[in-house]
Write a protein that binds this ligand. Structure first.
Ligand SMILES: Cc1cc2nc3c(=O)[nH]c(=O)nc-3n(C[C@H](O)[C@H](O)[C@H](O)COP(=O)(O)OP(=O)(O)OC[C@H]3O[C@@H](n4cnc5c(N)ncnc54)[C@H](O)[C@@H]3O)c2cc1C
Ligand SMILES: NC(=O)c1ccc[n+]([C@@H]2O[C@H](COP(=O)([O-])OP(=O)(O)OC[C@H]3O[C@@H](n4cnc5c(N)ncnc54)[C@H](OP(=O)(O)O)[C@@H]3O)[C@@H](O)[C@H]2O)c1
Length: 263
Protein backbone atom coordinates (compact mmCIF):
# COMPACT_ATOMS: atom_id res chain seq x y z
CA UNK A 1 0.00 0.00 0.00
CA UNK A 2 2.79 2.45 -0.87
CA UNK A 3 2.44 5.41 -3.23
CA UNK A 4 3.76 8.92 -3.87
CA UNK A 5 2.21 11.99 -2.16
CA UNK A 6 -1.57 11.97 -2.70
CA UNK A 7 -3.42 14.17 -5.19
CA UNK A 8 -5.09 17.01 -3.27
CA UNK A 9 -8.52 16.29 -4.79
CA UNK A 10 -8.46 12.91 -2.98
CA UNK A 11 -6.91 13.82 0.38
CA UNK A 12 -6.09 16.88 2.41
CA UNK A 13 -3.32 17.66 4.85
CA UNK A 14 -4.90 18.11 8.28
CA UNK A 15 -3.53 19.03 11.71
CA UNK A 16 -3.31 16.74 14.73
CA UNK A 17 -5.07 18.88 17.33
CA UNK A 18 -5.03 16.62 20.41
CA UNK A 19 -3.54 13.33 21.61
CA UNK A 20 -4.93 11.50 24.64
CA UNK A 21 -3.14 8.46 26.08
CA UNK A 22 -5.28 5.79 27.78
CA UNK A 23 -2.76 3.08 28.69
CA UNK A 24 0.59 1.80 27.44
CA UNK A 25 0.26 1.64 23.64
CA UNK A 26 -3.36 2.85 23.58
CA UNK A 27 -4.34 6.40 22.73
CA UNK A 28 -6.86 8.61 20.95
CA UNK A 29 -6.12 11.57 18.75
CA UNK A 30 -8.03 14.26 16.89
CA UNK A 31 -7.45 15.89 13.55
CA UNK A 32 -8.99 18.87 11.86
CA UNK A 33 -11.72 17.77 9.45
CA UNK A 34 -11.46 18.18 5.65
CA UNK A 35 -14.19 20.65 4.73
CA UNK A 36 -15.77 18.24 2.21
CA UNK A 37 -15.65 15.23 4.57
CA UNK A 38 -19.08 13.65 5.29
CA UNK A 39 -19.64 10.42 7.18
CA UNK A 40 -22.24 8.30 8.93
CA UNK A 41 -21.58 7.10 12.49
CA UNK A 42 -19.83 3.71 12.27
CA UNK A 43 -17.74 4.57 9.21
CA UNK A 44 -13.98 4.98 8.93
CA UNK A 45 -11.48 7.37 7.41
CA UNK A 46 -8.23 6.57 5.61
CA UNK A 47 -5.22 8.33 7.08
CA UNK A 48 -1.87 8.79 5.36
CA UNK A 49 1.69 9.41 6.54
CA UNK A 50 4.95 9.54 4.61
CA UNK A 51 7.73 7.17 5.61
CA UNK A 52 11.44 8.12 5.69
CA UNK A 53 11.79 7.27 1.97
CA UNK A 54 8.91 9.60 1.07
CA UNK A 55 6.41 6.81 0.34
CA UNK A 56 2.81 7.25 1.48
CA UNK A 57 1.43 4.66 3.94
CA UNK A 58 -2.36 4.55 4.25
CA UNK A 59 -4.45 2.85 6.93
CA UNK A 60 -8.12 2.74 7.89
CA UNK A 61 -9.26 4.20 11.24
CA UNK A 62 -12.80 4.20 12.55
CA UNK A 63 -14.15 7.60 13.48
CA UNK A 64 -15.00 7.93 17.16
CA UNK A 65 -16.47 11.44 17.01
CA UNK A 66 -20.10 12.01 16.00
CA UNK A 67 -20.90 13.20 12.44
CA UNK A 68 -21.70 16.74 13.59
CA UNK A 69 -18.30 17.31 15.30
CA UNK A 70 -15.84 19.85 13.89
CA UNK A 71 -12.88 17.53 14.40
CA UNK A 72 -12.35 13.82 13.66
CA UNK A 73 -11.32 11.56 16.54
CA UNK A 74 -9.70 8.11 16.31
CA UNK A 75 -8.82 5.44 18.89
CA UNK A 76 -5.60 3.58 18.15
CA UNK A 77 -3.47 0.74 19.43
CA UNK A 78 0.25 0.93 18.87
CA UNK A 79 1.01 -2.28 16.95
CA UNK A 80 4.52 -3.62 17.71
CA UNK A 81 6.64 -3.13 14.55
CA UNK A 82 3.59 -1.72 12.77
CA UNK A 83 4.46 0.38 9.73
CA UNK A 84 1.82 3.08 10.10
CA UNK A 85 1.54 3.10 13.90
CA UNK A 86 5.34 3.37 14.06
CA UNK A 87 5.12 6.64 12.09
CA UNK A 88 2.07 7.86 13.99
CA UNK A 89 3.79 7.29 17.34
CA UNK A 90 6.31 10.03 16.47
CA UNK A 91 3.64 12.65 15.78
CA UNK A 92 2.83 15.42 18.22
CA UNK A 93 0.01 17.95 18.53
CA UNK A 94 0.36 20.50 15.74
CA UNK A 95 1.90 17.97 13.29
CA UNK A 96 0.24 17.15 9.95
CA UNK A 97 -1.45 14.00 8.67
CA UNK A 98 -3.22 13.24 5.39
CA UNK A 99 -6.94 12.47 5.58
CA UNK A 100 -8.80 11.08 2.55
CA UNK A 101 -11.83 13.20 1.78
CA UNK A 102 -14.00 10.13 1.24
CA UNK A 103 -15.46 8.13 4.17
CA UNK A 104 -15.90 4.34 3.97
CA UNK A 105 -17.70 1.43 5.61
CA UNK A 106 -21.01 -0.36 5.92
CA UNK A 107 -21.17 -0.98 9.66
CA UNK A 108 -23.91 1.59 10.28
CA UNK A 109 -27.22 1.37 12.17
CA UNK A 110 -29.19 2.19 8.99
CA UNK A 111 -28.31 -1.24 7.63
CA UNK A 112 -30.98 -2.68 9.94
CA UNK A 113 -34.51 -2.25 8.73
CA UNK A 114 -36.10 -3.81 11.82
CA UNK A 115 -35.27 -5.16 15.30
CA UNK A 116 -35.60 -3.74 18.81
CA UNK A 117 -32.23 -4.16 20.49
CA UNK A 118 -28.87 -3.08 19.10
CA UNK A 119 -25.98 -5.23 20.37
CA UNK A 120 -22.56 -3.66 19.71
CA UNK A 121 -19.83 -6.23 20.36
CA UNK A 122 -16.25 -4.94 20.31
CA UNK A 123 -12.72 -6.04 21.10
CA UNK A 124 -9.89 -3.57 21.75
CA UNK A 125 -10.01 -0.49 19.52
CA UNK A 126 -13.13 -1.95 17.86
CA UNK A 127 -14.98 0.10 20.47
CA UNK A 128 -14.35 3.31 18.49
CA UNK A 129 -17.19 3.28 15.93
CA UNK A 130 -19.71 2.47 18.67
CA UNK A 131 -18.71 5.61 20.58
CA UNK A 132 -19.69 7.54 17.45
CA UNK A 133 -22.92 5.57 16.92
CA UNK A 134 -23.91 6.17 20.56
CA UNK A 135 -23.58 9.92 20.10
CA UNK A 136 -26.22 9.89 17.35
CA UNK A 137 -29.65 10.80 18.76
CA UNK A 138 -31.26 8.70 15.98
CA UNK A 139 -29.69 5.54 17.49
CA UNK A 140 -31.50 6.24 20.77
CA UNK A 141 -34.78 6.92 18.92
CA UNK A 142 -34.64 3.87 16.71
CA UNK A 143 -33.90 1.09 19.27
CA UNK A 144 -35.43 0.00 22.59
CA UNK A 145 -32.12 -1.14 24.09
CA UNK A 146 -28.52 -0.38 23.22
CA UNK A 147 -26.06 -2.98 24.51
CA UNK A 148 -22.40 -2.01 24.24
CA UNK A 149 -19.93 -4.81 24.98
CA UNK A 150 -16.20 -4.01 25.21
CA UNK A 151 -13.69 -6.84 25.61
CA UNK A 152 -10.08 -6.02 26.46
CA UNK A 153 -7.11 -8.01 27.72
CA UNK A 154 -6.42 -5.92 30.84
CA UNK A 155 -8.73 -3.83 33.01
CA UNK A 156 -6.69 -0.63 32.44
CA UNK A 157 -7.68 -0.76 28.73
CA UNK A 158 -11.32 0.28 29.20
CA UNK A 159 -10.92 3.49 27.22
CA UNK A 160 -13.86 5.91 27.09
CA UNK A 161 -15.20 4.33 30.30
CA UNK A 162 -16.02 7.62 32.02
CA UNK A 163 -17.48 9.10 28.84
CA UNK A 164 -19.74 6.08 28.28
CA UNK A 165 -20.96 6.00 31.87
CA UNK A 166 -21.84 9.72 31.61
CA UNK A 167 -23.60 9.20 28.29
CA UNK A 168 -26.31 7.19 30.03
CA UNK A 169 -27.30 10.14 32.18
CA UNK A 170 -26.60 13.02 29.79
CA UNK A 171 -29.32 15.00 28.09
CA UNK A 172 -30.35 14.74 25.31
CA UNK A 173 -29.70 10.99 25.53
CA UNK A 174 -31.27 10.38 28.94
CA UNK A 175 -34.57 11.77 27.65
CA UNK A 176 -34.62 9.58 24.52
CA UNK A 177 -36.44 6.21 24.50
CA UNK A 178 -33.55 3.68 24.46
CA UNK A 179 -31.79 2.26 27.50
CA UNK A 180 -28.00 1.84 27.37
CA UNK A 181 -26.36 -1.26 28.88
CA UNK A 182 -22.59 -1.01 29.22
CA UNK A 183 -20.82 -4.38 29.51
CA UNK A 184 -17.07 -4.39 30.03
CA UNK A 185 -15.14 -7.63 30.14
CA UNK A 186 -11.40 -8.12 30.75
CA UNK A 187 -10.04 -11.45 29.63
CA UNK A 188 -6.69 -11.51 31.44
CA UNK A 189 -7.56 -9.73 34.71
CA UNK A 190 -9.95 -10.43 37.53
CA UNK A 191 -12.67 -7.71 37.35
CA UNK A 192 -12.02 -4.99 39.94
CA UNK A 193 -15.45 -3.36 39.53
CA UNK A 194 -18.53 -5.33 40.52
CA UNK A 195 -20.41 -4.50 37.29
CA UNK A 196 -17.62 -5.88 35.06
CA UNK A 197 -17.29 -9.40 33.66
CA UNK A 198 -14.39 -11.69 32.91
CA UNK A 199 -14.06 -13.75 29.73
CA UNK A 200 -14.23 -13.53 25.96
CA UNK A 201 -17.38 -12.35 24.23
CA UNK A 202 -17.71 -15.77 22.61
CA UNK A 203 -17.53 -17.57 25.99
CA UNK A 204 -20.02 -15.15 27.55
CA UNK A 205 -22.40 -15.77 24.65
CA UNK A 206 -22.06 -19.55 24.72
CA UNK A 207 -22.57 -19.91 28.49
CA UNK A 208 -25.40 -17.35 28.56
CA UNK A 209 -23.64 -15.02 31.00
CA UNK A 210 -23.82 -11.99 28.71
CA UNK A 211 -27.59 -12.24 28.29
CA UNK A 212 -28.12 -12.93 32.00
CA UNK A 213 -26.00 -9.90 32.89
CA UNK A 214 -27.93 -7.59 30.54
CA UNK A 215 -31.34 -9.15 31.18
CA UNK A 216 -32.16 -9.49 27.47
CA UNK A 217 -31.94 -12.46 25.13
CA UNK A 218 -30.02 -12.25 21.90
CA UNK A 219 -32.38 -13.82 19.38
CA UNK A 220 -33.19 -13.21 15.68
CA UNK A 221 -36.64 -11.69 16.31
CA UNK A 222 -35.40 -8.74 18.38
CA UNK A 223 -31.60 -8.50 18.28
CA UNK A 224 -29.53 -6.69 15.69
CA UNK A 225 -25.80 -7.13 16.15
CA UNK A 226 -22.68 -5.21 15.15
CA UNK A 227 -19.28 -6.90 15.51
CA UNK A 228 -16.05 -4.92 15.38
CA UNK A 229 -12.37 -5.57 16.02
CA UNK A 230 -10.41 -8.82 16.13
CA UNK A 231 -11.18 -10.91 12.99
CA UNK A 232 -11.04 -14.20 14.90
CA UNK A 233 -13.59 -12.91 17.42
CA UNK A 234 -15.80 -11.92 14.50
CA UNK A 235 -15.39 -15.29 12.80
CA UNK A 236 -16.15 -17.21 16.03
CA UNK A 237 -19.12 -14.98 16.92
CA UNK A 238 -20.56 -15.28 13.41
CA UNK A 239 -20.77 -19.04 13.95
CA UNK A 240 -22.57 -18.59 17.27
CA UNK A 241 -25.06 -16.15 15.70
CA UNK A 242 -25.51 -18.45 12.72
CA UNK A 243 -26.39 -21.32 15.07
CA UNK A 244 -29.06 -19.08 16.57
CA UNK A 245 -30.62 -18.55 13.13
CA UNK A 246 -29.10 -15.14 12.47
CA UNK A 247 -27.69 -14.04 9.10
CA UNK A 248 -25.46 -11.17 7.90
CA UNK A 249 -27.14 -8.16 6.30
CA UNK A 250 -26.56 -8.36 2.54
CA UNK A 251 -27.03 -5.52 0.07
CA UNK A 252 -30.49 -6.61 -1.05
CA UNK A 253 -31.40 -8.90 1.84
CA UNK A 254 -32.25 -7.96 5.42
CA UNK A 255 -30.31 -9.77 8.14
CA UNK A 256 -29.43 -9.60 11.80
CA UNK A 257 -25.74 -8.70 11.92
CA UNK A 258 -23.02 -6.56 10.33
CA UNK A 259 -19.26 -6.79 10.87
CA UNK A 260 -16.04 -4.77 10.59
CA UNK A 261 -12.72 -6.68 10.65
CA UNK A 262 -9.71 -4.60 11.67
CA UNK A 263 -7.14 -6.89 10.10
C1 LIG B 1 -12.06 -0.86 8.42
C2 LIG B 1 -10.90 -0.78 9.38
C3 LIG B 1 -10.98 0.08 10.47
C4 LIG B 1 -9.92 0.16 11.37
N1 LIG B 1 -10.02 0.98 12.45
C5 LIG B 1 -9.03 0.98 13.38
C6 LIG B 1 -9.14 1.78 14.54
O1 LIG B 1 -10.13 2.49 14.74
N2 LIG B 1 -8.12 1.75 15.43
C7 LIG B 1 -7.00 0.96 15.23
O2 LIG B 1 -6.10 0.97 16.09
N3 LIG B 1 -6.88 0.20 14.14
C8 LIG B 1 -7.84 0.22 13.20
N4 LIG B 1 -7.71 -0.53 12.07
C9 LIG B 1 -6.40 -1.17 11.83
C10 LIG B 1 -5.48 -0.14 11.13
O3 LIG B 1 -5.97 0.15 9.84
C11 LIG B 1 -4.05 -0.67 10.95
O4 LIG B 1 -4.09 -1.91 10.33
C12 LIG B 1 -3.33 -0.80 12.28
O5 LIG B 1 -3.22 0.46 12.95
C13 LIG B 1 -1.93 -1.36 12.09
O6 LIG B 1 -1.25 -0.65 11.12
P1 LIG B 1 0.34 -0.75 11.02
O7 LIG B 1 0.75 -0.29 9.68
O8 LIG B 1 0.97 -0.09 12.20
O9 LIG B 1 0.59 -2.31 11.21
P2 LIG B 1 1.00 -3.36 10.09
O10 LIG B 1 2.47 -3.24 9.89
O11 LIG B 1 0.15 -3.20 8.89
O12 LIG B 1 0.62 -4.69 10.92
C14 LIG B 1 -0.71 -5.19 10.91
C15 LIG B 1 -0.90 -6.18 12.06
O13 LIG B 1 -1.17 -5.47 13.27
C16 LIG B 1 -2.20 -6.10 14.04
N5 LIG B 1 -3.32 -5.12 14.19
C17 LIG B 1 -3.80 -4.26 13.26
N6 LIG B 1 -4.79 -3.48 13.77
C18 LIG B 1 -4.93 -3.84 15.04
C19 LIG B 1 -5.78 -3.39 16.07
N7 LIG B 1 -6.66 -2.36 15.90
N8 LIG B 1 -5.70 -4.00 17.26
C20 LIG B 1 -4.81 -4.99 17.46
N9 LIG B 1 -3.94 -5.45 16.52
C21 LIG B 1 -4.00 -4.89 15.32
C22 LIG B 1 -2.60 -7.33 13.27
O14 LIG B 1 -1.88 -8.42 13.78
C23 LIG B 1 -2.16 -7.02 11.85
O15 LIG B 1 -1.91 -8.16 11.09
C24 LIG B 1 -8.75 -0.63 11.16
C25 LIG B 1 -8.67 -1.46 10.05
C26 LIG B 1 -9.73 -1.55 9.18
C27 LIG B 1 -9.62 -2.48 7.98
N1 LIG C 1 -3.34 -4.86 24.90
C1 LIG C 1 -2.16 -4.28 25.17
O1 LIG C 1 -1.75 -4.05 26.31
C2 LIG C 1 -1.26 -3.90 24.02
C3 LIG C 1 -0.43 -2.78 24.10
C4 LIG C 1 0.36 -2.48 23.00
C5 LIG C 1 0.35 -3.30 21.90
N2 LIG C 1 -0.46 -4.40 21.87
C6 LIG C 1 -0.45 -5.25 20.69
O2 LIG C 1 -1.69 -5.11 20.01
C7 LIG C 1 -2.14 -6.37 19.56
C8 LIG C 1 -3.37 -6.84 20.29
O3 LIG C 1 -4.09 -5.79 20.89
P1 LIG C 1 -5.47 -5.89 21.69
O4 LIG C 1 -5.23 -6.45 23.04
O5 LIG C 1 -6.17 -4.60 21.58
O6 LIG C 1 -6.33 -6.86 20.76
P2 LIG C 1 -6.79 -8.38 20.83
O7 LIG C 1 -5.66 -9.32 20.91
O8 LIG C 1 -7.72 -8.50 19.69
O9 LIG C 1 -7.58 -8.51 22.25
C9 LIG C 1 -8.72 -7.72 22.54
C10 LIG C 1 -9.78 -8.62 23.16
O10 LIG C 1 -10.27 -9.54 22.18
C11 LIG C 1 -10.30 -10.84 22.74
N3 LIG C 1 -10.21 -11.87 21.71
C12 LIG C 1 -9.15 -12.22 20.96
N4 LIG C 1 -9.46 -13.24 20.13
C13 LIG C 1 -10.74 -13.56 20.37
C14 LIG C 1 -11.64 -14.54 19.85
N5 LIG C 1 -11.29 -15.40 18.89
N6 LIG C 1 -12.90 -14.59 20.35
C15 LIG C 1 -13.29 -13.75 21.32
N7 LIG C 1 -12.50 -12.80 21.85
C16 LIG C 1 -11.24 -12.71 21.39
C17 LIG C 1 -9.10 -10.85 23.67
O11 LIG C 1 -9.21 -11.92 24.57
P3 LIG C 1 -7.89 -12.78 25.04
O12 LIG C 1 -7.20 -11.94 26.07
O13 LIG C 1 -8.52 -14.03 25.60
O14 LIG C 1 -7.05 -13.05 23.82
C18 LIG C 1 -9.24 -9.46 24.31
O15 LIG C 1 -10.19 -9.47 25.34
C19 LIG C 1 -1.00 -7.34 19.83
O16 LIG C 1 -0.14 -7.34 18.72
C20 LIG C 1 -0.34 -6.71 21.04
O17 LIG C 1 1.01 -7.13 21.17
C21 LIG C 1 -1.27 -4.69 22.91
Amino acid sequence: MLSAAPPTDKASLETISAIRPWAEGLYSFKTSRPTEFRFTAGQYARLGLQDAAGNMVWRAYSIVSPPQANELEYYVIDVPNGLFTGLLRQKREGDSIWVEKQSYGFMTAERFTDGDDLWMLSTGTGLGPFVSILQEPSTWQRFRSLILVHSVRRANEFAYDEFLRKLKSQTPFSTLPAQLHLVQTATRDVPEASDRLQGRITTLLLDGELERHVGLSLQPETARVMLCGNPQMIEDTRKILHDRGMRPVRRALPGQFVTENYW
